[in-house]
Design a protein around this ligand. Structure first.
Ligand SMILES: Nc1ncnc2c1ncn2[C@@H]1O[C@H](COP(=O)(O)OP(=O)(O)OP(=O)(O)O)[C@@H](O)[C@H]1O
Length: 312
């Protein structure tokens, strides 16, 4: 609450997912998934379409029953938290509300149902910058305003933990920038912020940590820079040369993997740019370009999830 009151079940805000599995009739949506999410950080939950992100978040929030495994928030299963709405705020899809209701009234109704003071509605509207639209009807809200209203509702109980499913969906660049600043500031206050997304470039700007899943399974978890760095070691070298055949032969002898890239280009993995340059010199091959490609999160993500069908 704004007066600093916290739920008795506040705990540390850590999220622990352990051996979590969800089997639907024909689909194993989540498959023995384990990861942790720390307070004071923004954690990006990444995966291609159908990877199991939404199912995992719904299991965390007790909206879907796991087939096996556990998901806890501050040591409690969501259903066992004494005052869940004061401990965990969630935005699972763009906010829906009674079309004729104003944004402020929408929040007041939710606050009343959760036993929170009506004044909290005004406070959270201000928090998300919607005060000027407080008295406007929901049906006139833009998608960006609806997203903000959803976040405002999630913040009513001043939660330690915030869970958002694709919050940047449909936002314009200004809205995305606002969201980024807002979520970072919540983490700076010591809250746990877990955000699912397939917008990898956005996650690179927003997240401190990432959890990457594909086909229901963990692919990689760690600080963004570490995940990118671990891939950078096996980064690609781009080469342009009029003598592609000679260079391919020389590099293959070094056990490098060489792929053609246009008529005079090669993409080389398994050796660094210096090794490619030395091999070219030794083989008297003329080089027109020699570049190490530093992978960004998008590249890491595609590489890590390659071959794992997202849609199952
Ligand atoms: N209620 C359900 N019944 C049957 N299958 C389901 C159900 N919910 C999800 N699935 C399937 O489980 C898999 C994971 O879906 P989920 O929505 O969790 O993925 P996601 O990573 O959130 O994907 P997206 O980014 O597309 O939202 C998909 O194959 C989906 O079709």
């Amino acid at each position: 609450m704004s007066d600093g009151q916290r739920s008795p079940a506040t705990g540390n805000g850590q999220i622990v997912v352990s051996g979590l599995t969800k089997q639907y009739r024909n689909v194993r949506a989540v498959n023995d998934l384990s990861f942790t999410v720390e307070p004071g950080r923004v954690t990006g939950f990444l995966g291609p379409n159908g990877a199991g992100k939404t199912t995992t978040l719904r299991m965390l929030l007790n909206l879907v029953t796991p087939t096996s495994g556990t998901a806890t928030i501050s040591g409690y299963r969501y259903a066992d938290l004494p005052a869940p709405s004061r401990h965990v705020g969630a935005v699972l899809e763009a906010s829906s509300a009674h079309k004729g209701r104003t944004g402020l009234n929408h929040l007041r109704v939710i606050a009343a149902a959760a036993g929170l003071p009506a004044q909290r509605a005004d406070e959270v509207l201000a928090l998300v910058g919607l005060t000027p639209a407080a008295k406007r009807k929901f049906k006139g809200y833009s998608l960006g305003m609806k997203q903000r209203l959803g976040i405002a509702a999630a913040m009513l109980g001043d939660p330690q933990v915030l869970i958002l499913d694709e919050p940047a969906n449909g936002l314009d660049p200004e809205g995305i920038r606002w969201m980024r600043g807002f979520l970072k500031s919540l983490a700076t206050e010591g809250r746990t912020v877990l955000v699912s997304s397939h917008l990898l470039s956005e996650m690179q700007l927003l997240a401190d940590d990432v959890v990457i899943i594909a086909a229901g399974q963990l692919v990689r978890q760690g600080p963004v820079e570490q995940v990118i760095g671990s891939m950078a070691e096996s980064g690609r070298v781009r080469v342009r040369t009029p003598q592609t055949d000679e260079l391919t032969k020389a590099l293959t002898e070094l056990s490098a993997t060489v792929q053609p890239d246009g008529p005079d280009g090669l993409l080389v993995t398994g050796v660094d740019a210096a090794a490619v340059g030395r091999a070219a010199l030794a083989a008297r091959v003329e080089l027109h370009e020699l570049t190490t490609e530093r992978p960004d999160l998008e590249g890491v993500f595609l590489e890590l999830t390659a071959g794992k069908a997202g849609i199952r």
